[in-house]
Design a protein around this ligand. Sequence first.
Ligand code: 13P
Ligand code: SF4
Length: 308
Amino acid sequence: MDLREEILRLKEEKNAVILTHCYQNVEIDDVSDFVGDSLYLSRAAAKTDAKIIVFAGVYFMAQSAKLLSPEKKVLLPNINSGCLMSDMIDVNNLKQFKEQYPDIPVVCYVNSTAEVKAHCDICCTSSNAIEIVKSLNTNKVLFVPDTYLGKWVETKLKNVEVITFNGFCPTHLRIRTTDIEKAREQYPEALILAHPECHTEISKLADFVGSTKDIMEFAKKSSKKQFVIATELGVVERLNRDSKLYNWNKEFILINPNIICPNMKQNTLEDIYNVLLNETNEITISDEIRKRAVVSIERMLKVGTNRK
Ligand code: 13P
Ligand code: SF4
């Protein structure tokens, strides 16, 4: 049986779409309808009129799709595909954090559960975090769960204090300043492009900091030929594939061979086939949580409506 063909056939038969994050195993792109970063995929989930969404990503991403499309079946290919950062905050410690700093709006990175989103004011992704904090027109915000993204946003805004929860991404924190030093030595002509989930010291040393989509767009447009990438392997694989495919003649190097998110890599073509066939691993969210959580995502999408 050709898995790819079977998936494509099932998609058509069942009116399903496959949304794929760019940290997923790269072969999943061949059967996908949308491939991109969290913001792009949230928008795609909000717009699609398919009956079934298969979310090749991690749990919180599939949950966000379900929040935006409650009438659709949202399936996660491998149910163990969680995000370690999103698991670092729950409603109890969020409440404690808010009690410590009362009456300050709470911005919630999309890498969080629906339950946590239900207790925040507005969501953001790494693509729009600066824009979202700015939209609040305030000089103080609470930012959960990623301390490094929150602190990076603070450096980009004048007169806004960003008070962060102490969550982090274990994968991005594996990138060390020594990796940057080595890369500068080994690839003196290359630009270093980093994700804002990296440690503040890395963001300071990089030539460009942005979300996965921003990194990919920057690399595509740049006149440089060599890039060291300080984010997950999936981005490097996609960039090298596209460079070959479209004759960019560019080279992309992963900053350190360990920058692989084990959870993102759990979904396989076989898992996608199985969930499509059996309609298993369905994401469910109680109405009560959904009604509260969706508000923060919809507020985010509204702020972003003028952005491409
Ligand atoms: P993006 O929002 O850039 O897609 O990143 C999601 C993520 O989980 C990064 O670790
Ligand atoms: Fe979560 Fe980090 Fe994996 Fe992104 S790379 S999904 S933040 S654990």
